[in-house]
Design a protein around this ligand. Structure first.
Ligand SMILES: *Cc1c(COP(=O)(O)O)cnc(C)c1O
Length: 411
């Protein structure tokens, strides 16, 4: 049969084991342990010689089914589903780097990721070095023999900056270090990380994938492109597990020992979310573009930032990298914090909330909320202005959204 397209693959991906009842949805296996016919069978399972579920913190049929769907559409080597996007990021870093090592990233990062790097990992001796990733030469200067990875977000939140991913991949490959992309804002379907030579993709499935904020979850996708014998922490695992060294290191150690598992119920919800991902991305990206164009024309708005606007410095790059659908997050400037608050408080439909990729449109003032723990100087380095507001566009009818936004702009 010919290779199927994204949504068809998601809907028709086969279960690894046929369901005795012919269930069309993988049922929720909300159990902890699995039994074996013989003592020998348990031994083989523990030794990793015969694939089998043993204990749901390590693997589980419902979670595995969700992972298999993602593997099918990304054509990757393997996928691990976790309890959250943060768990996915922490697991990847802890699997490939240790004390004395460093990773290179940007200060334009999701707030909690920056906190993970600076507050949680730094005291354990793992350094993060910050570069302007839009300037390749900046980051090359920071790489040394202890550099284990380059970590970046495909579209930074909330700066909405887009890096040239092929340029980053070239540098990472040349230096033998892992290229890790947080693709939360541009999940598979709009961004093909393998095609752009990203080694490891991490994302918060809480956002787009979950089906409109149904549940918290995260994903690690190994594209199978990195030679793990180049990584100190993994080179011994390569002898045993070959190209699967990273996935084994997670499953049999880091992921297992940190207890980062997704709940089977959330895996079920996220599998359902995945079935309508394409429809929801198309609808929310179209809405975001329409609203960005409306705001761009409106004299009451000082500046609009959305990579899908032809005036954006990242327009061409994001078209090339994200199939012309650069997410549904946009920011705009209203001149003062006071004006931002007045606008937010007048909204009747758009909800004041911190999430994104809910089915509903959500608004937030980033500098006083998500980034409130950082001082003024750092916020400036992070490109956060207090005159800026972030809108996460949902799938409502765009006419209703524009009506609400327009009435809230009236003074
Ligand atoms: C939300 C988010 C995360 C964290 O995901 P959780 O599922 O909330 O842990 C990481 N990166 C980006 C870009 C995000 O938007």
């Amino acid at each position: 049969m010919k290779d199927l397209n994204f949504v068809t693959k998601i809907l028709h991906n086969k279960f690894l084991k046929e369901d005795p009842h012919g269930a069309l949805h993988m049922p929720i296996y909300d159990n902890v342990a699995f039994g074996f016919k013989t003592a020998e069978d348990i031994e083989l399972a523990f030794a990793g010689k015969k694939p089998a579920h043993m204990y749901s913190r390590i693997s589980n049929p419902t979670i595995e089914n969700f992972e298999q769907k993602i593997k099918a559409v990304t054509d990757s080597l393997g996928v691990i589903a976790l309890s959250s996007g943060m768990a996915a990021i922490a697991n990847v870093i802890l699997a490939i780097a240790g004390q004395g090592d460093n990773i290179i990233t940007s200060k334009h990062l999701f707030g909690n990721t920056f906190s993970l790097f600076e507050k949680t990992l730094k005291p354990w001796g793992l350094e993060s070095r910050y570069a302007d990733l839009t300037k390749a030469s900046d980051l090359v200067a920071l790489i040394d023999e202890k550099t284990k990875a380059i970590f970046f977000e495909t579209i930074t939140n909330p700066q909405l900056e887009v890096v040239d991913i092929e340029a980053l991949a070239k540098i990472a490959k040349g230096k033998g270090i892992v290229l890790i992309a947080d693709t939360t804002l541009t999940p598979p379907y709009i961004f093909n990380s393998k095609e752009f030579k990203v080694d490891i993709e991490v994302l918060s499935s809480t956002k787009y994938l979950s089906g409109g904020a149904t549940s918290v979850g995260g994903l690690i996708i190994d594209n199978g492109t990195f030679d793990w014998s180049k990584n100190d922490k993994l080179k011994d695992d390569v002898k045993k597990f070959g190209p699967n060294a990273f996935l084994y290191k997670l499953r049999k150690e880091v992921y297992r020992n940190l207890g980062s598992c997704l709940s089977p119920y959330n895996a079920f919800l996220q599998s359902i979310g995945l079935e309508t991902l394409v429809l929801r991305i198309d609808a929310s990206c179209a809405n975001a573009l329409e609203i960005a164009k409306f705001l761009d024309k409106d004299k009451r708005v000082k500046e609009v930032n959305y990579p899908g606007l032809a005036s954006s410095p990242y327009y061409e790059l994001s078209n090339k990298q994200f199939s012309g659908k650069p997410g549904s997050l946009l920011t705009f400037d209203l001149g003062s914090k006071d004006a931002c608050y007045k606008f937010m408080n007048k909204l009747k439909l758009v909800k004041r909330s911190t999430n994104l990729n809910d089915n509903r449109s959500l608004i937030i003032h980033p500098s006083s909320t998500i980034f409130c723990e950082y001082d003024q100087k750092l916020r400036e380095e992070m490109g956060l202005r207090e005159t800026m507001i972030r809108l996460a566009v949902g799938i409502e009818d765009s006419k209703d959204l524009i009506y609400d936004i327009s009435q809230a702009l009236e003074v």
